[in-house]
Write a protein that binds this ligand. Structure first.
Ligand code: AN7
Length: 352
């Protein structure tokens, strides 16, 4: 029985026999091989997506949160706190509930996808909306957690990175090797940092000989690392990565440079096209931010640098249902018809 990633990878994680592990059986997410998309794009790569939307709260944040909340519990903290574009707050609220702790989330008002907001609310977090953006929220939360006995559970918390590095372990355990390229959306840049740490640890332990190139993708309206300077008014439909001053900026650049990868950006249109392609051609529904890791492959493939048979992994960081409003906005409207058999058949004629 799968008991969660801390149990499974405990020898790689900072826990001991008396650590009270707080888990919702996260991790062990599927690595799905794409069938249609490579062909449609004329690519002869072996392309996989890691469907992190299948974690308990619907995003990769659960990997880090199981560790962060476990360590907060071990330290005897009663309250945890985070700033969030949505998924961190959903995950923190759920794991805090599981641990019997209070959670406080600070979010940018009106910029959180409804699914994520509903999660923080139903799990009983103190939900505080501020007028500013994520970066402003994180500044406030850092100050408060510095000055009080409250655990910060954003990815600045090193235990978050420890938990999230297990994503790299799972990919290697599934493929028997690291992929050639690892495509990943970049917001606050914790996840690219964590995956790179995971791959490097597996290499140090002799489990792999070769490391992947780390390929990070920001949204064009929120691309501080690409532009080389903070963006004061970040904007994108991919609200999860609407971040203008990433906390893990330096480690993300290190991952890029040490691996020989790139950090680039994709437009909202490219993100939307990629999200629709994944859903319609492969049956995998991811949220807009996640689709940046698909749009990234499409953009990069135009440079004609992929070699036949190379292994490419894209991390689909969150489930599409998180932002159902957006999916409805970009899809064909349901047709309203009279409920007669012949009206329905008339519409289906073209597919028969
Ligand atoms: C679906 O929830 O920052 O580069 O506060 O929700 O590690 O920040 C979310 C980020 C990618 C970017 N995809 O990851 C938050 C938050 C999804 C996300 C990212 C986020 P990082």
């Amino acid at each position: 029985m799968w008991k969660g990633l801390v149990e499974h990878y405990r020898k790689h994680l900072p826990v001991n026999d008396s650590t009270p592990i707080i888990s919702l059986c996260e991790g062990n997410t599927p690595l799905i091989k794409l069938n249609k998309l490579p062909q449609e794009l004329g690519l002869s790569i072996e392309w996989y997506v890691k469907y992190e939307g299948l974690n308990p709260t619907g995003s990769f944040k659960d990997r880090g949160m199981t560790m962060a909340i476990t360590k907060a519990k071990e330290a005897g903290d009663k309250i945890v706190m985070c700033a969030s574009t949505g998924n961190t707050s959903a995950s923190a609220a759920a794991y805090a509930a599981r641990a019997g702790m209070k959670c406080c989330v600070v979010i940018p008002e009106g910029r959180i996808a409804m699914g994520k907001l509903s999660q923080a609310m139903i799990h009983g977090a103190v939900v505080l909306q501020i007028e500013g953006n994520f970066d402003n929220a994180l500044d406030i939360v850092r100050e408060i957690t510095d000055e009080n006995q409250i655990s910060l559970v954003n990815s600045l918390n090193p235990y978050r990175i420890e938990g999230q590095k297990t994503g790299a372990f799972e990919i290697v355990d599934d493929l028997g090797a690291a992929p050639d390229f690892h495509f990943i959306p970049v917001g606050n840049a914790g996840n690219i940092t964590a995956y790179w740490k995971g791959y490097k640890e597996y290499k140090d332990k002799g489990k792999i000989t070769k490391l992947p190139k780390m390929m990070g993708y920001q949204a064009a309206g929120s691309a501080p690392i690409v532009l080389g300077k903070p963006v004061s008014n970040p904007d994108t439909i991919a609200t999860a990565i609407r971040i203008g001053n990433p906390a893990s900026w330096k480690p993300a650049e290190a991952a890029r440079d040490e691996s020989g990868g790139v950090i680039d950006m994709v437009t909202d249109d490219e993100i939307t096209d990629a999200q629709k392609l994944m859903a319609a051609k492969e049956g995998v529904f991811c949220e807009p931010a996640s689709a940046a890791s698909i749009a990234g492959v499409i953009k990069y493939s135009k440079k004609n640098v992929f070699k036949d048979g190379q292994k490419v992994v894209s991390i689909l960081t969150g489930h599409g249902l998180k932002d159902a409003d957006r999916a409805i906005e970009i899809s064909a409207e349901p047709k309203s018809i009279a409920g007669r058999k012949k009206d329905i058949l008339k519409i289906l004629e073209q597919y028969l």
